[in-house]
Ligand binder design. Structure first.
Ligand code: NAD
Length: 475
């Protein structure tokens, strides 16, 4: 397929060339460059900020019907363009076409959900004596700077754009430089559905330059970031300089508690597919398998058997179940993390190495008996690695689940109803899956606690995060 032209989308204009620096976009299945992405300079970002200011004053006064029409129209266009969008995402990010198609439909579901929610941005009237009136209203927070990473090249931009637009904000999106065409494709659906060009824009650039420039401007009133905890902490400090509102979707280290009374085969079928989805480059990926000792050996053997059957190949090829990793940095990270774990005593059960020399393919990997001081037991691996360890009982399993400062997604598999409720309450996480890996949905908040961030996307909470309250008292 042909890869589309790349540009900055500022105030409804496609900008490229003009002596701007460029960044090479690479197909991770081949390692070859497929396009040059123009990078924003300071003048581009100032133009985007000025437009965002105008766009905010326009869009804050839009009616719910106008917002709903744009969101529904964009959803319809995404359905029509599903195949083209999915192919672009696979080409620049590597994931399988099947996964990329699902990502398009996640955006469709979210935009349609938000199109309904815009009619429910209620305030309230307080009880007051006759002649007095006090109301609490919700207003859009202001222009939003939104930073989206490369792992969900369509879904992340969809979340970053959908919520501010539903709330009546303008938004400047800086999506990942690795996956720009997917982000531009999502934005284009909104613009083609009638969204004014100053309400949503897209810039790319040197990440640190862009974030310092945008967050340094008083025009931006909210920052939304998805990415690593390290970068998130840095950006949160920049946002704090100007008391900007923040939504932070950071890393995770998904604990999966497998109890002896669970349906082990069902658990295995689900969690193995979940582990190798998107080559493990998912913030809610199941990662630390905390297995009750009595079923550890059976679980481990079943996991390894299934991992070895995962077909790794170009995401665009029929039959591929797992594509390449998204960039060469991830391959290096896998090598280092697995090497460190094995050096410290972990057993490499399968995988552990790059596949071939072209592209960024890495074998589905399982480590067992990994000591807690191995880096991979403490840092988000963000790759196709499962860590399977045995624990004595429920208390030890919950302690291990809560050992890390992360708290994004946690999973538990048990048939004991009382334990299901106990564990769901005890684990420190923003999302908990009991006997399921499905922990999201357009109507459900997606977010974490502790080092995994704060605030949520999706659900009514996603729009609420772009609203401020105003109390008006009339005497
Ligand atoms: P990274 O931490 O450098 O970048 C992560 C994302 O943040 C990228 O999209 C990048 O463009 C952006 N970014 C980096 N510095 C920035 C800055 N100063 N201002 C604005 N944006 C900035 O690392 P990476 O190599 O791209 O990914 C590695 C790690 O990031 C992974 O191991 C994983 O922990 C994390 N990550 C998390 C998610 C998620 O969904 N939470 C997504 C992608 C990456």
């Amino acid at each position: 397929m042909t890869y589309p032209d790349l540009y900055l989308m500022i105030d409804g204009q496609r900008l490229s060339g003009g002596g701007r620096r460029t960044h090479k976009v690479v197909n991770p299945a081949t390692g070859e460059a497929i396009a040059d992405l123009p990078l924003a300079d300071a003048a581009d970002m100032d133009a985007a900020l000025a437009a965002a200011q105008r766009g905010f004053h326009r869009w804050r006064d839009s009616t719910p019907h106008e917002r709903a029409a744009v969101l529904q129209g964009a959803a319809r266009l995404m359905v029509e363009r599903q195949e083209a969008l999915a192919r672009i995402a696979t080409l620049e990010q590597g994931k399988t076409l099947a996964e990329a198609r699902i990502e398009v439909m996640m955006n469709v579901g979210l935009f349609n959900f938000y199109a309904g929610e815009v009619f429910r941005l209620y305030g309230r009237a307080l009880v007051r004596p006759a002649g007095q009136r006090s109301t609490v209203t919700k207003e859009p927070v202001g222009p939003v700077a939104a930073f989206a990473p490369w792992n969900f090249p369509l879904g992340n931009p969809g979340r970053k754009l959908g919520a501010p637009i539903a709330a009546g904000c303008s938004v400047i999106l800086k999506a990942a430089e690795e996956t720009p065409a997917s982000a531009l494709g999502v934005l284009q659906c909104l613009l083609d559905a009638g969204l004014p060009g100053d309400v949503a824009q897209a810039v790319f650039g040197v990440p640190d330059e862009v974030s310092r420039h945008l967050l340094g401007s008083p025009i931006i009133r909210k920052m939304s970031f998805t990415g690593s905890t390290v970068v998130g902490k840095h950006l949160a400090k920049l946002a704090a300089e100007d008391c900007k509102r923040t939504t932070m979707e950071l890393g995770g280290h998904g604990p999966v508690l497998i109890f002896a009374d669970a349906d082990i085969d069902k658990a295995l079928d689900t969690v193995v597919a979940g582990k190798y989805r998107n080559a493990g480059q998912v913030c809610v990926s199941p990662t630390r398998f905390i297995v009750e000792a009595g079923v550890h050996d059976r679980f481990l053997a079943g996991f390894v058997e299934r991992a070895q059957k995962v077909t790794v190949g170009d995401g665009a090829a029929a039959g591929s179940v797992m594509g390449p990793m998204a960039n060469a940095r991830r391959l290096d990270a896998m090598d280092w993390l697995i090497g460190d774990a094995v050096a410290k005593g972990a057993r490499l059960e399968t995988g552990g190495e790059r596949i071939g020399n072209a592209g960024y393919f890495f074998a589905p990997t399982v480590l067992s008996a990994t000591p807690l001081d191995a880096a991979i037991m403490n840092e988000e691996p963000f790759g196709p690695v499962a860590l399977i360890n045995a624990y004595a009982d429920e208390a030890a399993m919950i302690a291990e689940a809560n050992r890390l400062p992360y708290g994004l997604a946690a999973y538990a598999w048990t048939s004991d109803a009382a334990r299901q409720r106990r564990v769901a309450r005890a684990v420190e996480a923003g999302m908990v899956g009991i006997n399921t890996a499905m922990i999201g949905g357009s109507d459900s908040p997606f977010g974490g606690v502790k080092w995994s961030g704060h605030g949520a996307e999706d659900g009514p909470e996603g729009i609420d995060a772009c609203l401020v309250t105003k109390a008006i008292h009339e005497g």
